[in-house]
Ligand binder design. Sequence first.
Ligand code: TRP
Length: 450
Amino acid sequence: MERESRASFGGRLSAILVAAGSAVGLGNIWRFPYIAGENGGGAFLIIYIGCILLLGIPVLLAEFTVGRHTHLNSVGAYRSLSKRWSFLGYNSVISSLLILGFYFVVAGWTLEYFSTSVTGVIAEYSSSEINAARFAEFTTTPLRPVIYTVLFALLTHVVIALGVQKGIERSSKLMMPILFVMLIALAVRSMTMPGGIEGLRFFFEPDFSKVTAKTFLDAMGQAFFSLSIGLGCMITYSSYFNNKTNLQNTAFNVVALDTLVAVLAGLVIFPAVFSVGIEPTSGPSLVFVTLPSIFNTMTFGPFWSALFFLLLILAALTSTISLHEVLTAYLHEERGLSRKKAAWVVTIGTSLLACASSLSLGVWSEFKIFGLNIFDSLDFVTANILLPLGGLLTSVFAGWVLDRKILRAEISDHGRLKCRLFGLLVVLLRYICPVLLLWIFLYNLGLFEL
Ligand code: TRP
């Protein structure tokens, strides 16, 4: 079913790096440490890894199977496998649009923090109180965050416009290694700060007294968001895999890299947090509010700060590219727009939505949808509703609807690879994943309390 004219990624390493580029993002570096911090550190880490193994790997393999088998965008992929299930493709289009609607805003903040680091202004953020006030002031003003949001969308556009091979593949190959080197350097710097050992203890010594049922739910949600699964994003990317790509190997590598980056982010943040005496439970503002004051206590503070925020920009960019590509591929292949026009429609559309969601934190904060401003409602609808629903349906589709022969052929690379655990994969997709995911979904809808 390989189409001659359709682009595909080069070698084995390219497939791993582009998929890992999508997975590694603000989810790992900004979201993972604060969620882990709120859930007691070490114990959360163990449960998170359990979720990655039980839910992450099976759903990722399911998405890879659908994408690589059909070589189509997410809507076309589901439609070609089962007309009735094409709605799942539309879920991915809608979800990607909505995620970009707030992801571009947070990504834009990383540009602001990078620029204040480079200009040295960040050196004035000398205490966490000042940081908190500056952060609140910046995110609620109308103009600057909007400009950064649009700038980030244009940055994404440039990579997409260069095309699948030159844009996505080349940028991931370049950015992913830089990202690792930077994280390791920062982790070493952070761990050698006085008192940093306390942070390591917090992060690695499990304290099960902090674990509640909600810890499991937080860990599952984080695993999904971090691996970019549930929304057909990995279907779109794997549709560019060539027929020599080893799906099992790619999935294991992506999961390992994604988890490694999250753990490295923890190694950067927790020692530093304990060293300067900040609460690890300070929530979503942890990166933006806490880190500048940590960097300020370090020699060459603005330099380390610039490095860190550059890292966040790169990580966010490889993720926004993947979300943008879901929409661009859909408009190009299903709606007949040229790739160039499709990319512009997506960039303009998502920018407008993201601008509205940025303004909703300040001047438009009065405008509410079900009691939430636009930014929060986009976050809520995607992370709490569409993501678990998409993951649930993906595992049901792969476990119950998809022809088992297709699943086996893709996973075993048409019999070339051994897959001793195939039976386990089927059990996970048919029973374990749907049950666990249904649990998150109902909980997030507030249908039962824990
Ligand atoms: N995984 C990315 C992160 O950790 C975000 C992301 C990219 C994503 N594509 C996605 C999340 C698709 C869910 C679905 O930041």
